[in-house]
Design a binder for this molecule. Structure first.
Ligand SMILES: C[C@H](O)[C@H](O)[C@H]1CNC2=NC(N)=NC(=O)C2=N1
Length: 99
C-alpha cells in the first residue's frame, strides 16, 4: 500500500493535472463531455483503467457532467495511486473531447 501524500505533495501533484482540486484527504475534478453517450463512454473507459489498477474512483454522473473524486480508502487519504489514475482520467477526457 503506497504512503499517504502530505498536503505539499498533493498540491505539487495537482499542479501537473488538468483542473483537479483537493487536499490530502481527496482530490476532485469535474469534466463535461460533448453529450451524454460520450460521458458514459468516458465512464466505461475509466472503469477499465480503474479495474486494471485495482483502484476505483467515485463518479457522479449528471447528464454530460461527471464529478470525479479519488482517494485511497485503504490508506485513508490521497496516495500516488490517486495521482496516477487522475492523470489517466485527464488523458481519457482529452481523447473524448471532454473539458
Ligand atoms: C480489495 C481491493 O483490492 C481493495 O478494496 C481496493 C479496491 N479499489 C480501491 N479503490 C480506492 N479508491 N481505494 C482503495 O483503497 C481500493 N482498494
Amino acid at each position: 500500500m503506497p504512503q499517504i501524500l502530505d498536503e505539499a505533495a498533493v498540491l505539487a501533484a495537482l499542479s501537473g493535472l488538468d483542473n483537479w482540486t483537493g487536499d490530502f484527504k481527496q482530490i476532485r475534478r469535474t469534466l463535461t463531455a460533448p453529450d451524454f453517450p460520450t460521458a458514459i463512454r468516458i465512464v466505461d473507459v475509466i472503469a477499465v483503467a480503474a479495474e486494471d489498477m485495482n483502484h476505483h474512483p467515485d463518479i457522479d454522473i449528471r447528464w454530460r457532467t461527471l464529478h470525479i473524486a479519488l482517494s485511497t480508502h485503504d490508506a485513508g487519504g490521497v496516495t500516488s495511486l490517486d495521482v496516477e489514475l487522475a492523470a489517466d482520467i485527464d488523458a481519457i477526457a482529452r481523447q473524448h473531447g471532454a473539458k
